[in-house]
Design a protein around this ligand. Structure first.
Ligand code: ADP
Ligand code: MG
Length: 474
């Protein structure tokens, strides 16, 4: 596999001039973030970090990732409806992981009361890296699936114009034309609009659960704008506002400031630090309502790393997706090695393997948002400490994917333009809507490529490690 832009990366002066042009185009296109100094206001904004060049991605792997997305939608939806599977899969984890336990408590409470929600909306993003096989060929391997707050669909719609610009400046018009158009925010909005329509109340709103400090607001606005263009109004509120002003009527319809809510779209609530006691109560109120939650609590649980690991067990996909051998085969082909660390022989063996070859594994807790996984020496220390304690069940072990590094420039406000050795992570956005037992929408709606320097093991764009990119299909 060819890995890059070759001699273009050698001319420092040209790189700097290209970077200036790229940054100005990014700002003009709306590839924006609020600054870390002023995360609650749009008075001062800057560009979201991105690569100077699009990164090479084998077309076959891009196609494979798109082709398996509807299967992943089906799988997540099936898991979310399978209370027995969730209970069994998470039973050891919730004994040792308070956060997952609290989510699971809400799930149990809602099941006990009876689920009022009848329309279900999934907006997810399945992430992959390209494993560099020993024979030199690349293979698509899933890192994880995000079932809550999957972000950057908005900004990813705007970056193709920036990379086309860079290539056009270099008179590489043929290459510029190869950059795929991409509009995930439109597809995500269409999913929300469908759910809103099926909810069936013309005056009801979409409630976006937002954080007070939100640097990535323009990404969210892209979806809001698409909805407003369809005459669907969005209000942004925090969990604290829901706690104070949210209510249910006797039919468990959700009201916020006196207005009925058809769809709740979470862009908060995916990590423990985002929940105070009040926020937990607000989350429960939302879950009990008949509004369409994106995601509902069961779908959030379906996106945990523990579920991902159990899904990779021999025979598990066949049970969850009966009569669909082709979907099962497509899904399984993307699975990396995943190992349970539950107490017992299987977990002991996994730990022994990781301790014998630490560079080949990643230790993952049940967390989202980047920066939580452990690698190398840190992983060894953690495993030594956890080995004999039941706490180890709150983690899973994963085979480390090793892509072939390539050169690119990561452009960040305030950082000099220089070439780094990088690897990429491809995400595909999936949307599905189910009414009762009937799936009324199931599709893929675009992609996100993120690229980071190989010196960083972990972390996404929001964590300040990866930057936005576009696949250049080869
Ligand atoms: P999070 O929910 O925090 O995003 P991820 O599973 O996506 O957790 O891991 C965060 C980052 O760590 C990924 O974006 C990727 O860069 C790196 N990573 C995770 N799993 C692996 C793996 N198996 N091999 C190599 N890198 C990994
Ligand atoms: Mg991730």
């Amino acid at each position: 596999m060819a890995t890059g832009w070759g001699s273009l990366l050698q001319d420092e002066q040209q790189l700097e001039e290209l970077a200036r042009q790229a940054v100005d185009r990014a700002l003009a296109e709306g590839v924006l973030l609020r600054t870390s100094q002023e995360p609650s206001s749009s008075n001062v904004v800057s560009y979201a970090p991105f690569t100077l060049f699009p990164s090479l991605v084998p077309s076959a792997l891009l196609e494979q990732a798109y082709a398996v997305q509807m299967d992943f939608n089906l799988l997540v939806d099936a898991v979310s409806q399978n209370a027995a599977f969730l209970e069994q899969t998470l039973s050891s984890t919730i004994k040792r992981d308070d956060y997952t336990a609290r989510l699971f408590d809400i799930h149990k409470q809602v099941l006990k009361e009876g689920i009022a929600q009848t329309v279900f909306l999934g907006l997810n993003r399945s992430d992959y890296m390209f494993q560099h096989n020993t024979d030199g060929s690349p293979a698509l391997k899933q890192i994880e699936i995000n079932t809550i707050s999957a972000s950057f669909g908005g900004l990813a719609s705007r970056t193709p114009a920036v990379h086309r610009h860079v290539l056009n400046v270099l008179s590489k018009t043929k290459e510029a034309a190869k950059i795929l158009s991409n509009n995930p925010s439109k597809g995500l909005a269409l999913g929300i609009a469908k759910a809103w329509e099926l909810y069936g109340s013309a005056n009801a709103l979409v409630l976006l659960i937002a954080q007070e400090k939100e640097r990535n607001i323009f990404d969210q606005r892209a979806i809001e704008n698409e909805l407003l263009a369809r005459n669907i109004h969005v209000i942004r509120r925090r969990f604290e506002d829901v706690f104070e002003k949210g209510s249910l009527d006797q039919d468990r319809r959700l009201f916020m400031d006196g207005q009925e809510v058809a769809v709740v779209y979470f862009r908060d609530g995916y990590m423990p630090s985002q929940y105070s006691q009040q926020n937990w109560e607000a989350r429960l109120l939302l879950e009990r309502s008949c509004a369409v939650k994106c995601p509902d609590i069961a779908t959030q649980l379906a996106g945990t790393k523990k579920v991902q690991q159990e899904l990779s067990r021999v025979g598990m996909l066949e049970v969850l997706l009966p009569g669909q051998p082709q979907a099962v085969a497509r899904l399984r082909a993307t699975f990396a090695g995943l190992y349970s660390l539950d107490m017992g022989e299987e977990g002991d063996q996994a730990i022994a393997k990781a301790l014998a070859a630490p560079s080949r594994f990643v230790l993952k807790p049940q967390r989202e948002g980047g920066g939580n996984n452990l690698y190398g020496e840190e992983m060894v220390q953690a495993l030594e400490q956890l080995k004999d304690s039941e706490e180890r069940a709150s983690y899973i072990l994963m085979e480390k994917i090793e892509p072939e590094p390539f050169g690119n420039c990561l452009l960040r406000p305030g950082s000099p333009t220089r070439v780094d050795q990088c690897i990429s992570e491809l995400g595909i956005f999936g949307v599905y809507v189910r009414q009762g037992k009937t799936l009324v929408m199931n599709k893929h709606v675009g992609h996100l490529l993120r690229t980071k320097a190989i010196v960083h093991a972990d972390g996404g764009v929001a964590a300040g490690v990866a930057v936005l990119d576009n696949p250049y299909p080869v």
